[in-house]
Design a protein around this ligand. Sequence first.
Ligand code: OFO
Length: 172
Amino acid sequence: MLKEKMHAALNHQIKIEAESSQIYLGMASWAETKGLNGIADFLYGHADEERMHMLKLVRYINERGGHAFIPLLEGPKNEYSSVNEVFESFLNHEIEVSSQIDELVGLALSERDYSTHNFLQWYVAEQIEEESLARTILDKLALIGEDKGGFYMFDRDLVNIKSSLSNENTGI
Ligand code: OFO
């Protein structure tokens, strides 16, 4: 059975993951309207992953005798000035999510909730991967600079970046 504090904190994390999904969906749609189809596909895929992160929490809370509340969300940002802005926001958002996950891990330890602590390790590993993915993409964009041919290839190849860096194992 989840203790009250842990229950509330995990429910709050549901909202964060759902917001992440919306944010990446907004980015994906923006990229698609700019003809950046590779970037759009990558971001649509990432929005789906965030929904899966949310769902994993929903299932866990309910399994532990709690009640996962499905949150009301504010609309995400829909306009971006550049692809760089998109991926800088992506990285900053993931850094924030990592610190939220760290807070949850700290709470699980202070509440002596070792099951939740164990459950959260998946998110800890995922955050390392996502931050590193965002940094890799920003490094590539910095290398490409104003090179249009390079950018064309970046857009085309982006979908493969994720699969080569990640070994997704959702466990749902
Ligand atoms: Fe982007 O990460 Fe969820 O947790």
